[in-house]
Design a protein around this ligand. Sequence first.
Ligand SMILES: *Cc1c(COP(=O)(O)O)cnc(C)c1O
Length: 483
Amino acid sequence: MLPDNLLLTPDSGDVFMDKVRDTARAVKESFTGTEAYSGLTPQELKELIQGVEIFPDKGIGWDEILKRVREMILPHVLKVSSPDYMAHLHSPPLLESVLSELILSAANQSMDSWDQAPVATEVELEVVKTLCDMYGYSPLSDGIFTSGGSQSNLMGITLARDWYCNTHLNHDVKKEGLPENYNKIRIYTSEISHFTVEKSAHLLGLGYKAVRKVKVTPDQKMDISHLKCLIEEDIQKGNLPMLVVATAGTTDYGSIDAIDEIHSITESHNMWIHCDAAYGSGLILSDRYSDRIQHISLCDSVTLDFHKMFLLPISCGAFLLKDGSQFKHLTLHADYLNREEDEEEGYTNLVGKSMQTTRRFDALKVWMCFQSLGKDLLGEVINTTVGNAGFFYNQVKESSDFEAVTVPEISSVVFRYTGKGREGESSDDTNKRVRRALIHDKGIVIGQTVFESDVYLKLTLLNPLVTEKNLLALMDTIRELAI
Ligand SMILES: *Cc1c(COP(=O)(O)O)cnc(C)c1O
């Protein structure tokens, strides 16, 4: 016998409300201190989690499982909303957007076809139009929501490949697979661009070899003269320069490549330019800093992420295309899903533009957040976080026992402690040890990276509730832990 209240029905409404309230209370109660992490080691967590039978014959029921979540999970999740969490491009979600997730999961629309997502399809179409307009694209542009930057980058590189093979080699990759001279195709990106550029080259059958790493200048932007050299060298060798992937906000430094200069080069060689703005896309919200990414409008395609600077819950990303007709390279008609006659009759089946079939209604989060918070408030969020990074950088620069790599353009700062450490310990080891101690002893989580083979620390300041006082206190805590 199946129990009542297995699904959301008119009869289960009250039970649903109770469970939502219980769940919300459990979440609320988990927001206690300010620590970003409880401090448990990987071994301690393993012991905790291995202590329960995951799939018993008879279920333990809602009350019991919620109790376990309250006792075992919530105390040890990383508190992304804590001002002590400054480690990754991983956002503290806006309070209201957490509730958008409840709505979109309850509705459980699938964005592949209109008959699975009628109003949701129309919402996504309108949100995409708004985004195209925000980033300076013409009405010929188009886009699609994705699972995030990795998928958006893969889409950009896929469409660049198919466009290139069509227009330069008169070869249809969709039907014929890779052209004979596929191993001459080249992609250019800076040496600090996201690893998904190489991963995409691998997945697309081009291999890492196809990716030419362009050096960066001391401010961590693509070195334009080196880009020119590499392209010229490849043309000399008979290779096929296809694409430049520019980064608007590198993952570590937030540095923004000179998109306008790169665009002149891609234009003169009739190459595709894709912009990876997974990080920097959020600058568009700010009246003060949006001009830093204004040249995105020149790019053939762009990666946007809303689960980073926009503070929406994972997952939420989009891919925009300057010439929307290029989506044709992805389209495939299935009789049971997206009949060609549907389009003629005004039923949009978004699957034709996506790598996914079943797909989340993530556009709802953007739709709700933009309207609810408006440009003013979202702009203030960005101005605050970018301002914090500038403040921290200045503090580091003025301190004799810290150093930073470069002036932040967005909201991350790569820096290291250079003061006194423990007897016989290298500076790399001091910085590494301090970072671990911050996590396990202080509940403070910050990032770590490498610059010119030295270990550096990193703050990624997405949380607008971090204050200058927090940042000054962090510097003192690092000093204290170092000795
Ligand atoms: C985060 C990031 C990505 C990957 O995006 P996901 O949403 O994590 O898949 C790609 N490029 C850059 C520059 C990023 O910072």
